[in-house]
Structures are given as C-alpha cells and as structure tokens.
Design a protein around this ligand. Structure first.
Ligand SMILES: [Zn+2]
Ligand SMILES: [Zn+2]
Length: 241
C-alpha cells in the first residue's frame, strides 16, 4: 500500500512548528506526494492562530505543479459535549477538518465520556477525520468509536508522530485499527509533521496498518481517486440527525 497524500501537517504559524507553508508544499511536491493538507492547530490551542489565518487561505494555490493543496485545520475538542474551536460555518469553509484532543486545551474524562465527545462531533457532521485517537490521556472505546465513525463516514487517523508525541499509544492504536477492520471504518495515515522534512513520513503508522491487513480501499489517502471520493462524499457535509 502506498500513501499518496499527507493530510496532517503544521507550520511555524502555530508557534511550535519549524517550517513555513511554502516549505511544506515544496517538500510534499519534491518527494512526489499527490496531495498535502495544511492543517494548522485551531485557535483553541495556546499560541496558535485565530480565524483570520484560515480565512485568508484564499491566497494559497490549491495546485502547485502536480500537487494538490488542501487548506484545512486541526480543530481542538474544547468541551465534553463535542464542541470545537471553530463555528460550523467556519468548518464548512475549510477543505478538510481534523478534530483532535490536545492536553493543552481539551478536557478529558472517562472512556465513555471521551468516546461520547468524539461521537458527538462526528454526528454533528463537520469533522472529516478524528486525529490521533490513540492518546492514552484520552481513553476511547475502540469498538464504539470505530462503529460510529463508519456510520458517520468519518476517517480515524493512524498518526506517525504518536510514538514520540503520545508515549504508550501503540496498544490503543492497534486496538483502533483492529476495531476499524471489524466495522469497515475508514482510516487515514498521516505524518503530523511540525518540520517540513517530516512531511510524507509514514513508516510507523503504515506498518501497523499493513500488519493488520487493512486493505487499501479502507485508507482514504492510499490513492488520489479514493481521497477525492472521500472528500466529495463529505462535502456538504454528512450531518446525522
Ligand atoms: Zn502541534
Ligand atoms: Zn494533534
């Protein structure tokens, strides 16, 4: 299986990344990716940018050479009811939306509470990907999460930065992949790069997905056609009443 798009990257804009948007785009093109997602941390993350940043994506070209550029965000879970640090209207204006828990700004709770928080956001309809759901600080019921994600047509992320950023996440990551296999849940493999030379690095995450014998059809960024299919199925987006 080949991953042709890195849908989760950061830049200096969030103040804990080390490269510019230009460097991220150029590196993605240089290594032959077919698409890259600019998914800066949302305004809830201490030090990150406000809405004005995302609102000015109009100036970023959506194609650079053979590379497609998706202008999105990594939204933060801000409350246990599943609310994020963007309004619904703002979320509809982004090309791709990841929603993640970060200890700097997201509340945690019991396994039931964290799972319910993610479920609420998925059902609300504006989230395309749940970012790094393997975080031991945010326990989830892998089966409930995978079943809900499948129902909501949301992809669960297998994050290549998890071993470094979220120590102890591997067993949970394996559980999530196994549950995704049981429910046919869509997955996405991403770098979560905070430096441009890390863009397109998928070794750890891809190995876990391959070990579990997940077919490429289940990984939204394993072909450009699949990625387009996923995004077009999402956009409008899928609100479950
Ligand atoms: Zn970050
Ligand atoms: Zn994150």
């Amino acid at each position: 299986m080949k991953i042709i798009a890195d849908l989760h990257t950061h830049t200096i804009a969030c103040r804990h990344g080390f490269s510019t948007v230009t460097e991220v785009i150029e590196e993605a093109g240089r290594i032959g990716l077919e698409a890259v997602g600019l998914t800066e941390h949302g305004p809830g993350y201490p030090g990150s940018v406000g809405w004005a940043y995302f609102n000015t994506y109009r100036d970023i070209p959506r194609r650079v050479g053979n590379l497609e550029v998706l202008c999105g965000a990594e939204a933060n879970f801000m409350k246990l009811d599943g609310s994020l640090d963007f309004t619904d209207e703002q979320l509809t204006r982004l090309d791709i939306v990841i929603a993640s828990c970060h200890k700097e700004c997201s509340p945690t709770g019991t396994k039931e509470e964290v799972t319910a928080m993610m479920t609420a956001a998925m059902r609300h309809g504006y989230v395309d990907i749940i970012g790094h759901p393997d975080n031991p600080l945010y326990p989830v019921d892998a089966d409930v999460l995978a079943a809900e994600a499948a129902k909501c047509h949301v992809a669960l992320e297998i994050n290549n930065s998890s071993p470094a950023a979220r120590p102890g996440s591997k067993p949970m990551c394996r559980d999530i992949i196994a549950a995704a296999k049981r429910y046919g849940t869509l997955l996405t493999v991403n770098s979560d790069a905070h430096y441009h030379k890390v863009v397109g690095t998928f070794d750890y995450a891809l190995q876990l997905v391959i070990e579990a014998e997940i077919p490429p059809e289940q990984v939204i960024n394993s072909s450009l056609e699949r990625l387009h299919q996923f995004l077009s199925s999402r956009h409008g987006r899928n609100v479950i009443k």
